[in-house]
Design a protein around this ligand. Structure first.
Ligand code: SF4
Ligand code: SF4
Length: 317
């Protein structure tokens, strides 16, 4: 579950009660702004497995600037303190953008989180979907340098907290992790939980409509949260149909389940790494070409091929 709109709902704790009754395993992603001492006490009575609080910088100045309002940092850090006081598991989330990816900032943020009692942090890479500003995505060469340094620090036990890198796709071999470490697969193996991937031999490893679904505030159902905001990918609406029938009968979900890598279009089709990478993220691919079968054009290999192609064209010209 994510987004602050959850905490704005009067029936928020009713929803959690139903989730508990159904034995769901769930966690909540939040910026912490609505978590007061009394909300933390109420959360303690639920069976939520953890609360993930976003902290994008080590100081008020940096975090508030990234989040766009004064007081964001104080609210997030207070939320963490209230939750930890109730002995609720709290993970940190750092969304890396051009505004906060510098090694120094990142380490200060990790050290700050450690100081206030957070021991596990997910570092998320910005996806180029929805309202995310594409200009904020870290250049791939800068990301590669940072990932190599983080990998060496992890190998040597020099990270202040346990970190996990969350790339956009759940591919068997995420290009965001694989490509920077192509020449050092031992370092790559530090980050990959092979058991987690549900990739099958010939299929995309995208879990949308297979293991995932997402429901927006209007009741529209999508394969995953990155698909939300693309009307073409709505599988149904829970105000009109049961979630069971949407899950079982929706054309989009059945389509997502039946596609194989042989169907992929564009440059990924000829990529050496297609069988490992499984074509990156379907939502990102759709975002570029309005086609779920297209290539993930965020991949630097594609960008390089495009450059070569353009250069060739220019030479021909
Ligand atoms: S070109 Fe496509 S298949 Fe190859 S690494 Fe990039 S995203 Fe994966
Ligand atoms: S579209 Fe698929 S690959 Fe991309 S984030 Fe969603 S589940 Fe993962």
């Amino acid at each position: 579950m994510k987004e602050e709109s959850l905490f704005l709902r009067k029936d928020f704790f009713e929803i959690l009660k139903i989730a508990d009754h159904c034995n769901f395993e769930y966690y909540i992603n939040t910026n912490g702004s609505f978590i007061t001492e009394s909300i933390a006490k109420k959360i303690k009575k639920t069976r939520v497995s953890k609360i993930c609080v976003s902290i994008d910088g080590p100081t008020k100045k940096i975090h508030d600037k990234i989040r766009g309002y004064n007081g964001a940092f104080t609210k997030a850090t207070n939320a963490i303190k209230f939750l930890l006081k109730e002995k609720i598991i709290v993970n940190g989330i750092i969304t890396l953008t051009k505004n906060n990816y510098l090694y120094l900032y990142l380490y200060e943020t990790l050290n700050f989180l450690k100081k206030i009692g957070v021991t596990k942090v997910a570092i998320m890479l910005l996806a180029t979907v929805g309202e995310n500003n594409k200009d904020l995505v870290i250049p791939f060469d800068e990301w590669s340098k940072l990932l190599k340094q983080l990998s060496i620090d992890k190998l040597n036990g020099n990270l202040p907290v346990d970190i996990n890198i969350v790339a956009t796709s759940e591919a068997m071999c995420q290009w965001e992790l694989f490509l920077p470490l192509l020449n050092d697969l031992d370092l790559y193996n530090l980050w990959v939980d092979k058991n987690k991937s549900m990739a099958i031999k010939t299929g995309f490893s995208c879990t949308a409509g297979k293991r995932n679904l997402a429901i927006d505030g209007s009741g529209n159902v999508y394969g995953c949260s990155l698909m939300v905001s693309n009307k073409e990918l709505i599988a149904g609406n829970i105000k009109e149909k049961s979630i069971k029938s949407i899950w079982n009968d929706s054309l989009i979900f059945n389509n997502l389940r039946s596609l194989t890598l042989e169907n992929i279009k564009g440059p990924c089709k000829d990529c050496l790494y297609l069988n490992e990478c499984k074509g990156g993220c379907r939502a990102c691919a759709f975002n570029f070409n309005k086609d779920i079968l297209e290539s993930d054009y965020r991949c630097p290999l594609i960008i390089l091929k495009e450059c070569d192609y353009n250069e060739k064209k220019i030479n021909e010209f």
